[in-house]
Design a protein around this ligand. Structure first.
Ligand code: PEP
Ligand code: MN
Length: 274
């Protein structure tokens, strides 16, 4: 017996693109390309407010910042937790940018729902089915990142968990997968963008930071992602990448981000996006 998939474009004939609204102004899946930018981790008040103002000035329409961090080592910086959520809310007040932050587990979900506009599920949690089901019961949109060894079909099934539990506001994110290649941190699966756009009506964005792991490749990969049909980008920006508490090597300085945005916009215009 085959069950009709909520995530699938084919579940109804010609099911049109789903538009996911975040905050008052931002929409994923329409004509506009959404630019999310900010630090990997929220490290402090001055730094977050500084980055938030600078990415907004450069054209970002949403702010990112990790509060609860999924680190490979238990001795690495784990995030400022609740304090980071309060700072993200303050940065939203100061700039008007809606905020996205990662939900690591079900216990902190209610706290994060109270502070964030978009709830990120990280690559390492893509198949945390208890978390996905719980996200189906909240009234905030979800940004679901592809697991580092997940197929497109598994990503779609993970989105189905959220939708089947009642939340249809899901955005998918290609963030690179693990391959034999070591020149980049992960391998961006550029082909997954048109595959996902064909298979599902959900918006699809790309994370050039985690897929390359190196700031010098972020602009070219971003341009390729938009040319291939991505609905947005999520990019790590840090005022002092050398001193970042996480992911410094893949973080752009605000001025480099501003320059990249100009070039990304030209590609967006060339493919009929705003
Ligand atoms: C992040 O966005 O900082 C992050 C941890 O991403 P991913 O889950 O894709 O590794
Ligand atoms: Mn990161």
């Amino acid at each position: 017996m085959s069950v009709p998939m909520l995530v699938s474009r084919a579940s109804e004939p010609h099911r049109p693109d789903t538009i996911v609204r975040v905050g008052e102004q931002v929409t994923f899946g329409g004509d506009s390309v959404v630019l999310i930018a900010g630090p990997c981790s929220v490290e402090g008040r001055a730094m977050l407010l500084d980055v938030a103002h600078r990415v907004r000035a450069a054209g970002a329409t949403m702010l990112r910042g990790g509060a609860f961090k999924p680190r490979t080592s238990p001795y690495a910086f784990q995030g400022l937790g609740r304090r980071a959520l309060e700072l993200l809310a303050e940065a939203r007040e100061a700039t008007g940018l809606p905020v996205v932050t990662e939900v690591l587990d079900v216990r902190t979900l209610p706290l994060i729902v109270r502070h964030a506009d978009l709830l990120q599920v990280g690559a390492r949690n893509m198949q945390n089915f208890a978390l996905l089901a719980e996200l189906g019961r909240v009234k905030k949109p979800v940004l679901l990142k592809r697991g580092m060894s997940a197929t497109v079909a598994e990503l779609l099934m993970a989105a189905e968990y959220v939708m089947a539990n009642g939340n249809g506001q899901v955005i998918l994110c290609e963030r690179g997968i693990r391959t034999f290649e070591t020149a980049t941190r992960n391998t961006l699966d550029i082909g997954a963008i048109p595959v996902l756009k064909r298979e599902t009506h959900l918006p699809v964005i790309v994370d050039p930071s985690h897929s390359t792991g190196k700031n010098e490749y972020i602009e070219s990969v971003s341009r390729a992602a938009i040319a291939a049909g991505a609905d947005g980008l999520i990019i790590e920006v840090h005022p002092h990448p050398d001193e970042a508490l996480s992911d410094g090597a893949q973080s752009l300085k605000p001025e480099a981000f501003a320059e990249a945005v100009g070039n990304i916009k030209r590609v967006a215009a060339a493919v009929g996006r705003k």
